[in-house]
Write a protein that binds this ligand. Structure first.
Ligand SMILES: [Zn+2]
Length: 173
């Protein structure tokens, strides 16, 4: 995606029609401090609040940028065993053990219903599909999937495009 600096970020969140309270709580510097200066190898980046459990996703799987407010619930408890459940991320298809599993909730902007997905709790899906994380190596071993990084990146892009459509997100310019 295109690289966004703090000034541009402030402009984008004005255009994006977010709740004033959420806008105030977003921590841009904290959320981006560990990212490289160039964001071209990212399809999604989360800018979160202090807790990391609420924020917005910047999504740019193709040319167009989208912003989606979200809430994250870390760890998914299996009701029958009472233990943390492992998941496969709905965005990047990375297998994550219970300690790295989360569910993420968005608002469908057309129906105002909330829509949930399973996801990596670090939302580092762009790095996972590029095999740049320990979690991605663990997932490769677990799922025994034989895809190249390029194929994983395209799969992430097409999955994000489907979610963007499903949530009726409007492009941000
Ligand atoms: Zn993921």
């Amino acid at each position: 995606m295109k690289t966004v600096d703090h000034e541009e970020f402030n402009r984008l969140i004005q255009v994006a029609n977010l709740k004033p309270r959420l806008k105030k709580e977003l921590k841009f510097e904290n959320s981006t401090i560990e990212l490289p200066d160039d964001w071209s190898e990212f399809e999604l980046i989360s800018i979160a609040d202090r807790t990391g459990d609420k924020g917005i996703l910047l999504l740019q799987p193709k040319e167009t940028l989208f912003i989606a407010p979200y809430e994250l619930t870390r760890r998914i408890i299996d009701s029958s065993t009472g233990r943390d459940r492992a998941i496969i991320c709905d965005f990047c298809y990375t297998w994550q053990p219970g300690s790295n599993a989360a569910s993420i909730t968005f608002l469908d902007t057309a129906t105002k219903h909330s829509v949930g997905f399973l996801c990596c709790s670090d939302l580092a899906c762009s790095q996972h599909v590029r095999t740049a994380t320990k979690a991605s190596l663990r997932s490769r071993a677990h799922l025994r999937e034989n895809l190249s990084n390029d194929e994983r990146v395209s799969r992430l892009k097409s999955r994000l495009l489907k979610k963007i459509e499903q949530l009726h997100l409007q492009p941000i310019t």
